[in-house]
Design a protein around this ligand. Structure first.
Ligand code: ADE
Length: 225
């Protein structure tokens, strides 16, 4: 069982993964738990503000330390070992390998930033790991947290069928091979002959070769690794 606690200003966004798909099935099978925490509930004022102007001036607002720290404290009362992950473009890049590492943890807390991000003192004192989903900026950590939860959940035993996860792209460091389904011919386009041969060893060899060719063509950077 893996538990995700999510600190966010937009808990409803997480319906996207809680209600449908692989993560939802993991929850139904009691292999995963997702708990969202509304950061505004930890505000210290009646307006439920959780952000303020940046020292030194400049655009945007910065998320304050106090509400985040109070919320983390509450989460840790139940799960003292929970690892705190902050989603931001400054983080370590999320890869297949990092998803596997995170999936070995029993409990993680995902901190979703909005605006210009969180006060640096949160990162210094409270955050165990800063993770980015890629070199671009999105408008908040929520979508990034959902990407992380989905990619990590796939490695929690039982969430996927075993075969499914073994055959994933990147499981062998390469891109996936091409897939085909019925009919055999459509608009003059044929399914590769070998896939109809019933000869499994040949099919496996063809798929491996296709993976390699596709990776060489589309992702030279992966070949160099
Ligand atoms: N928040 C904004 N952009 C992000 C990114 N690329 N990765 C993770 N969190 C983010």
């Amino acid at each position: 069982m893996m538990r995700f606690d999510v600190i966010t200003l937009f808990p409803d966004m997480f319906c996207a993964i809680k209600d449908e798909g692989v993560v939802a099935r993991g929850i139904k099978k009691s292999l995963l738990e997702i708990h969202t925490w509304q950061l505004r509930d930890y505000s210290d004022n009646k307006y439920r503000n959780v952000d303020d102007k940046p020292y030194g001036g400049g655009a945007g607002m910065v998320m304050q330390v106090k509400p985040i720290r109070s919320c983390i404290e509450q989460i840790k009362q139940k799960n003292p070992s929970s690892k705190i992950i902050y989603l931001s473009p400054q983080g370590q890049k999320l890869t297949h390998q990092l998803a596997i590492e995170i999936s070995k943890l029993e409990s993680v807390t995902l901190l979703c930033g909005r605006y210009e991000g969180v006060d640096e003192r949160v990162i210094e004192h409270d955050v165990d790991l800063e993770v980015s989903i890629g070199d671009y900026v999105i408008s908040g950590g929520e979508l990034a947290a959902m990407v992380l939860i989905d990619s990590v959940s796939r490695h929690v035993p039982g969430v996927l069928g075993n075969v499914e996860s073994l055959n994933d792209s990147f499981a062998n460091g390469l891109l996936d091979y091409p897939h085909y389904t019925r009919p055999e011919i459509i608009d003059g386009q044929q399914v590769p002959e070998v896939l109809l041969s019933g000869h499994q060893a040949n099919i496996d060899a063809w798929r491996e070769d296709q993976s390699l060719k596709s990776t060489k063509k589309k992702r030279q950077d992966l070949i160099k690794k």
